[in-house]
Design a protein around this ligand. Structure first.
Ligand SMILES: [Fe+2]
Length: 220
């Protein structure tokens, strides 16, 4: 499913080391199907509107508004995502130069986020999971992911369907800008450093309206 050559992994590891992120282009040509599956979903996503003070656990600045499907809903809409999630784990680990594991926190292991045009965004913040991977399902005008890189320079990643952003969101502050035209859809994949799986249970309550389902392996 993932077409990334070894030499290309090396160059991504170099990028990641220098900047704190890298983008693997055109790694998921099947996202056109995933977009259709999201659009034809029978279940509605949850609207998440968070203020800056609610986001303080992740050093949040500014408000956040988006629609989200948690992992369990995502499994229904995109049955293929679990195997994709697991196949990205070793790639992300190789790029980041460390041993990564899939999330032991089921509900937040992966999700689908939808940003409606002109009203949705995500303010500056740090992540609490060790490595964050975003699979862009849509190509957008605006809606770029802005990342304050390890060298202090802020760089833009434009949403391009099928591209994969691999980022250390624990050290690189980042945000999602407002989308100017059509909606932006991303799959958010969370990974942890082996032996360092911590998650504030309040986060799932804020994001999903439900507590974390606990430390159950994502492939259980
Ligand atoms: Fe983030």
């Amino acid at each position: 499913m993932l077409k990334v050559s070894y030499s290309s992994v090396e160059s991504h590891a170099t990028n990641f080391d220098r900047l704190g992120f890298t983008v693997v282009v055109d790694v998921a040509p099947f996202v056109g199907n995933w977009l259709r599956q999201v659009h034809s979903a029978d279940i509605s996503p949850r609207l998440v509107e968070l203020t800056e003070s609610q986001r303080s656990h992740c050093s949040g600045r500014g408000d956040a508004r988006s629609f989200i499907y948690d992992r369990f809903q995502t499994d229904v809409i995109l049955p293929e995502i679990n195997s994709f999630y697991k196949s990205v784990c070793p790639l992300a680990g190789e790029v980041a130069g460390r041993s990564l594991v899939v999330s032991p926190f089921e509900r937040s292991a992966y999700s689908v986020k939808i940003y409606e045009p002109r009203t949705c965004e995500m303010g500056w913040h740090l992540d609490t999971n060790s490595i964050t991977v975003l699979l862009y399902v849509t190509t957008n005008v605006g809606g770029q992911t802005e990342i304050r890189c390890l060298d202090g320079i802020v760089r833009d990643v434009k949403p391009v369907a099928g591209n994969l952003l691999i980022m250390d969101g624990t050290v690189c502050e980042h945000r999602s800008r407002i989308v100017e035209s059509a909606e932006k859809i991303v799959c958010l994949l969370n990974y942890y450093n082996e032996g360092e799986c911590h998650r504030d249970s309040a986060m799932d309550k804020l994001a999903f309206g439900l507590p974390s389902s606990g430390e159950v392996k994502a492939d259980a």
